[in-house]
Design a protein around this ligand. Structure first.
Ligand SMILES: Nc1nc2c(c(=O)[nH]1)N[C@H]1C(S)=C(S)[C@@H](COP(=O)(O)O)O[C@H]1N2
Ligand SMILES: [Mo]
Length: 169
């Protein structure tokens, strides 16, 4: 399970990322605006639900702490959306506190389109299906709703240390 559909052709010149809060207020960043924000270079281990892990992967991107700093919200959940239609849900608490990034660089090079370029969500402490490739939006939600794989039975949180692969794990 790598991509649920074809690789969408997303150009950084037209790419944007929008956060919408539970009142419907939206904030959008263009590529240039994303690049002008403080950047971080996390080195992290990633875990796919199909049991592979990759250790010490090197990324560069913007922390969700930065992107959500000025967003007025008390919502506990988020739905992340991608170019191409993929969605995945996760608790806001798992996006904050230095645990999640909008990543645009992998191993020192621009993120390859197959791996979500120009930018993807990176949430390494959860199973990798939460790390939406070709990321485009984040919608804050007072109550949890299932995303693409979650509707098909995958777990709403997906903690690899608790082996939360499927609903009920
Ligand atoms: N937009 C989108 N993001 C996605 C997926 C997808 O199908 N579409 N698959 C997920 C799954 S199941 C995995 S394991 C990883 C794979 O990332 P990779 O192709 O960079 O290895 O992307 C995740 N993000
Ligand atoms: Mo996966």
């Amino acid at each position: 399970m790598l991509s649920a559909g074809p690789t969408p052709n997303v150009d950084s010149r037209t790419w944007s990322f929008t956060v919408t809060d539970e009142s419907g207020a939206a904030k959008t960043w263009t590529w240039a605006q994303l690049m002008a924000l403080p950047q971080e270079t996390p080195t992290v281990d990633i875990h796919c639900v199909t049991r592979w892990s990759k250790f010490g992967t090197r990324w560069r991107g913007v922390s969700l702490d930065v992107l959500l700093a000025d967003v007025e919200s008390t919502a506990d959940f988020a739905m992340v959306g991608s170019y191409g239609g993929y969605t995945t849900n996760l608790p806001v608490a798992d996006l904050l506190g230095g645990k999640a990034w909008i990543a645009h660089t992998y191993d020192g090079a621009p993120l390859h389109s197959e791996h979500g370029g120009p930018a993807r969500l990176l949430v390494p402490h959860l199973y990798f299906w939460k790390s939406a490739k070709w990321v485009r939006s984040l919608t804050l939600m007072p109550t949890d709703r299932p995303g693409f794989w979650e509707k098909l039975g995958y777990h709403d949180l997906g903690d690899p240390w608790r082996e939360q692969r499927y609903q009920g794990d």
